[in-house]
Design a protein around this ligand. Sequence first.
Ligand code: ATP
Ligand code: MG
Length: 278
Amino acid sequence: LTKDKTQKVILVSIVPLPKGKKMTVFRDLTHERRQEKIIEAQQETMIESARLSSLGEMAAGIAHEINNPLAIIQGSADLVHAALEKGGMEPEKLARSMERISSTVSRIAKIITGLKSFARDGSKDPFVPASLKAVVGEALELCQSRYRHNGVELILNLPEEDVLVAARPVQLAQLLVNLLNNAFDAVENQAQKKVCIGVEIAGGDACLRVLDNGPGVPPELRDKILQPFFTTKAPGKGTGLGLSLSRAIVESHGGRLEIKTIGGLTCFEAALPLLPAA
Ligand SMILES: Nc1ncnc2c1ncn2[C@@H]1O[C@H](COP(=O)(O)OP(=O)(O)OP(=O)(O)O)[C@@H](O)[C@H]1O
Ligand SMILES: [Mg+2]
């Protein structure tokens, strides 16, 4: 602490000199430390904005996904209302309407839960055994309707048996949503838009794949696209952070993010260490 109560970071090194003498060197690292902290904070802000921007991309789809069930609830409530005005409703019919309202409310609640967990920073969550099939389900809650309403065929290729990994599930869902958003953009100009999600055990790894029938990634760009801020999308559309964030997520799970071509489709594959089923 200095006289004016600010904190300084000082590196003290003692350097041995000939004849048993010593020299003490003081180095003021305050400025460097402060810069490091600023850079760290900026990185966190970037990651945060990438996550929020992918949420923005999905917003229209999510609004739709919530609007449809709202219409069902409204319809059921109107039905009950009209029947009551006419003097009553058969108990079974009433029960069916109430059941429809209640299950539709649960569906909306599920979407909101998914949204909340996506908007959260999962980077400090503990690693827990997580099912890749469940991760796919969660990401689909958020992306599915955007696909459906834009004529993109979504094919699921999931195994019977569950595939388990040690994971921060929120982050894996974020990874998958990033890949699905990219695949969605990639097929934009195709006459037949096709995206496939695959879960498979291959070479001892738990593989999570997103394939699309878009134009693919030119070989000379394969390394570049993983770098932060590299984007081929219009300004304001892409931040170029999606894949670098995805790679960071996969690597923090001890895995690799690879780009392949499989059966003529562009494939982004997260190969994660498999957790042996108990
Ligand atoms: N499935 C894909 N097919 C073809 N090119 C792709 C695919 N996924 C990513 N790319 C290329 O990689 C670039 C970087 O992707 P990344 O997800 O990091 O950023 P972005 O999608 O451009 O922006 P953001 O994800 O931040 O909205 C894209 O701009 C695109 O050129
Ligand atoms: Mg992206």
